[in-house]
Design a protein around this ligand. Structure first.
Ligand code: AHR
Length: 540
């Protein structure tokens, strides 16, 4: 965390966003009838950017090497060294963007070491992640090749902590310039004629910590300077993302907002950076003992879900600070690292952050997305950490056999894909019981969100039953439009800790939800315990 003292704005935000009783976030209203989720289908709100379903790939453990990239000589089917099965699985999710090369790694990465003939690339020490030697065989060209194979968009994270302004400036020139400038010529000499599109560029990472241990005001000055030299070349328009706060460090966000220009007026672009990041991880224990991914008590289940719901609280608080400086919402908030962080799997390298992924992780993802949808007016991007083999991954691969497993979290991304670029709809949860307070916050046992695709005449509702043991019947109270059809899908497992392995790859897999009945108010749905569901509506 940073050394910043709380400021007037951060005190004000706490007062504004903390109701009496001390908790924030969505709370379910009480009802005397059955549990209800009320959705006004004719009141579309902000567009849920597809970039809220973004991803993150760092040079960390087996994310890049052995995860995405196995090399051309591997027996695992690959295209120019990139695993075909990983690409196919992620293409099915329509992943909108991929952040690379870190994370903490970004601030010790020198991009020129990762271009040119592979056998001539200098080596370096990956001091943050396992202290291993990085041979730079996966560099700029390999990453942009991966981006093209995935059909996604590039989010390149530059080096402020140990890099130079010139280095960053030359990287964006190398990536995006079309003419015969020095860097464009160097790119051509390395085999790529056409420039790439790079719509997102990070100005360092966690600069309050691994990115340089800076004070907020010092970093804000550097963010202005470095961003200035990340130029828009050849029609490539970059959203520059300043390295933001972690958790509840509102003072850091406030410093960055104070340093941004052209936010007073509705016209023109904010500068020199156009977005600010935020990082928030979910764990059930303290930093020193974050908890096991697969062995947890019922109390830890609820504690984890309450902590997942805090992500929305942090987004709301940072957004309130931003509103104060930027009423026209020209600066985007980017939660470019989120997800569960557990103790590493026993027997694996502690520096590689490899963990299992259970039904609990699926609920954590679903709760995050419900919160993201509610804040789509300020939150323009989010990136789960990390896509393959690290933290809350979509895909786990076996280092011995190469077998690939899709995690419960993968399936939540798939089930929610229809929210991408749809219009958010309010989904009001009304429960007959008083919601319990867990970890200082009210935790309703149902989480929900909804969106509308008006042009297609469809709506998508996401529902989670947080109850570890009990099923829940609820009424979907659907107002404002006629509903002429529906299909529903559910994701759950035999236990809250159920997970997929090469031996049992479908222990947690989506299935049709058949417990959906017509109801005078709309539909009646029964959700199994510890489950995530989506209901797709056809509108008349
Ligand atoms: O995702 C793992 C690490 O968590 C990232 O490298 C860093 O930014 C954060 O502390």
């Amino acid at each position: 965390m940073t050394e910043n003292a709380p400021t007037l704005a951060s005190d004000l935000v706490s007062a504004l966003t903390t109701p009496a009783g001390g908790s924030t976030g969505p709370s379910a209203r009480r009802t005397t009838g059955p549990a209800r989720v009320v959705v006004d289908l004719d009141l579309p709100g902000a567009t849920i950017s597809r970039h809220l379903y973004g991803h993150f790939a760092e040079h960390l453990g087996r994310c890049i090497y052995g995860g995405f990239f196995v090399g051309e000589d591997s027996e695992i089917p690959n295209t120019r060294g990139i695993r075909d099965d990983v690409v196919a699985a992620l293409r099915a999710l329509h992943i909108p963007n991929l952040r690379w090369p870190g994370g903490c790694f970004a601030d010790e990465y020198h991009w020129k070491d990762g271009i040119g003939p592979r056998d001539q690339r200098p080596r370096m020490v990956n001091s943050h992640w396992g202290d291993v030697v990085e041979d730079n065989s996966f560099g700029t060209h390999e990453f942009l090749d991966l981006v093209e194979l995935l059909g996604t968009e590039a989010y390149v994270n530059g080096n402020v902590g140990s890099g130079t302004v010139q280095e960053m400036s030359e990287w964006i020139e190398y990536l995006t310039r079309a003419d015969d400038s020095p860097m464009a010529a160097l790119r051509r000499a390395n085999g790529r004629d056409e420039p790439w599109k790079v719509p997102f560029f990070g100005i360092g990472n966690e600069s309050w910590g691994c990115g340089g241990n800076m004070r907020a005001e010092d970093y804000a000055a550097l963010a202005r300077q470095y961003s200035t030299f990340v130029r828009d070349h050849a029609g490539n328009e970059v959203t520059r993302i300043a390295a933001g706060a972690s958790d509840g460090d509102l003072a850091w966000t406030e410093s960055l907002m104070r340093a941004v220009t052209n936010v007073e007026h509705a016209d023109g672009k904010a500068g020199p950076y156009q977005a600010i990041s935020l990082h928030y991880y979910t764990m059930s224990g303290p930093w020193s003992d974050k908890g096991s991914a697969t062995e947890f008590t019922e109390d830890e289940w609820y504690l984890t879900l309450a902590r997942a719901a805090r992500a929305e609280e942090h987004v709301a608080r940072h957004a309130t600070v931003m509103d104060r400086y930027d009423p026209h919402r020209k600066v985007g908030l980017v939660l470019d690292e989120w997800g569960t962080w557990w103790n590493v799997e026993p027997g694996t390298n502690p520096g590689f952050l490899y963990q299992q992924n259970t039904v609990r992780d699926a609920l954590v993802a679903a709760i995050h997305f419900d919160g993201f949808h509610r804040h789509a007016d300020r939150l323009i991007m989010a990136n789960i950490a990390q896509t393959v083999n690290v933290l809350q991954a979509m895909i786990l691969t076996d280092p011995e056999t190469g077998a690939l497993v899709l995690t419960p979290t993968y399936h939540v991304f798939a089930m929610n894909a229809g929210h991408q670029d749809a219009a958010a709809l309010d989904a009001h949860v009304l429960l007959p019981e008083e919601s319990e307070v867990v970890d200082g916050r009210v935790l309703p046992r149902i989480s929900a969100s909804a969106s509308l695709r008006a042009e297609e005449g469809t709506a998508l509702i996401s529902l989670s039953n947080l109850d570890a043991a009990e099923p829940r019947t609820l009424v979907l109270d659907l107002r404002g439009r006629e509903v002429v059809g529906h299909t529903a899908t559910v994701l759950t497992g035999a236990t809250t800790a159920a997970h997929n392995t090469p031996e049992q790859p479908e222990a947690v897999a989506p299935a049709p939800l058949t417990d959906v009945r017509e109801h005078p108010a709309g539909l009646e749905v029964t959700l199994p315990p510890h489950s995530v569901a989506t209901v797709q509506l056809q509108l008349g």
